[in-house]
Design a protein. Structure first.
Length: 306
């Protein structure tokens, strides 16, 4: 009988099948960001394959995505004998560190002086790809779109915009202003036009409810499971937890609290995330350590079957 704690769906949340459906590059970023970010040594490809296998990534699929991410500059590769090893590049590490800062340190409580930062751009149709990259980055910086090339942010992000403009070589295509609503338009009405906070609030609330239940289920399994199984379960659950939660920094503009609903579900979701993440950290890290140590000893690194 197969006693793998990772067989089929996730033992606690039933989300493993959804994690399986994610893009392979996202899975690799989650693995490096959550488990290997502070590691200075390169990681043997066999260990990476073993750690990604529970989430539906085959050996061939893992090798393909690692090669592609190397070509894109996110990873570096080297060979030692017949073995391949991978590590984050400085570019890849910087991207993940920026993401980690948002995940673990949400910024709703920063002071706000009541002024808005307004950005306008006019980019020729021939440079559509650059325009798309600009929009993606503006959303990441917390901007909301008013429409017709106008974006606003409650933050003073001039330095970020200057850096972005230089990176995309936008020259004089961007104009920036400090502004405030005029007439009868309130700050709250402006927020409603530019961001869908209701949907974000519901997403946070759903996350908090489901993962609070998953935490209770995990504790029940720990009381009856074997140590190795519990470590494997903690690894899989923490991977799922971070993989799902990391979407919020991509969607949340982190508006000042004065602009948020009174009962903001982001607080509950963050509390549930941090509590379960901290509980899973020790056993999950031990599981990853065992996989890496097995590889360094020259043996085959094996993770439970998906």
């Amino acid at each position: 009988m197969d006693r793998s704690p990772l067989r089929g769906q996730s033992y606690a949340t039933g989300r493993l099948t959804q994690v399986r459906g994610q893009r392979p590059q996202g899975l690799v970023f989650t693995l490096f960001g959550e488990y290997l970010l502070e590691r200075s040594e390169s990681v043997w490809v066999g260990s990476l394959i073993a750690l990604l296998k529970p989430f539906g990534l085959t050996e061939g699929g893992a090798r393909t995505v690692l090669s592609r991410m190397t070509k894109k500059g996110w990873l570096s590769s080297e060979r030692s004998g017949r073995r391949s090893f991978y590590a984050l590049t400085e570019r890849g590490r910087a991207l993940l560190q920026e993401g980690q800062a948002r995940i673990y340190h949400p910024s709703w409580d920063r002071d706000w002086d009541g002024r808005w930062f307004l950005l306008a751009y006019s980019i020729p149709q021939a440079a559509r790809s650059v325009r798309d990259r600009l929009r993606d980055r503006l959303a990441w910086l917390g901007f909301g779109s008013i429409g017709n090339g106008l974006w606003i942010s409650p933050r003073d992000v001039e330095a970020d915009v200057r850096e972005l403009s230089a990176h995309l070589d936008l020259g004089n295509h961007l104009l920036c202003f400090q502004a405030s609503p005029a007439g009868d338009l309130t700050d709250q009405e402006l927020v409603q036009r530019c961001w869908d906070l209701d949907a974000l609030h519901r997403g946070y609330a759903d996350f908090a409810t489901r993962w609070a239940a998953a935490a209770d289920d995990y504790e029940a399994h720990v009381r009856v499971g074997h140590e190795a199984q519990n470590h494997a379960r903690a690894f899989a659950l923490r991977f799922e937890l971070i993989h799902e939660f990391r979407r919020f920094p991509l969607e949340d503009p982190f508006l000042p609290r004065v602009l948020l609903p009174t009962s903001w579900a982001g607080d509950d979701a963050t509390a549930v995330f941090r509590d379960l993440h901290d509980r899973l950290m020790g056993p999950a890290n031990r599981w990853v350590h065992d996989i890496l140590e097995t590889a360094s000893a020259g043996k085959d690194a094996n993770a439970p079957a998906p």
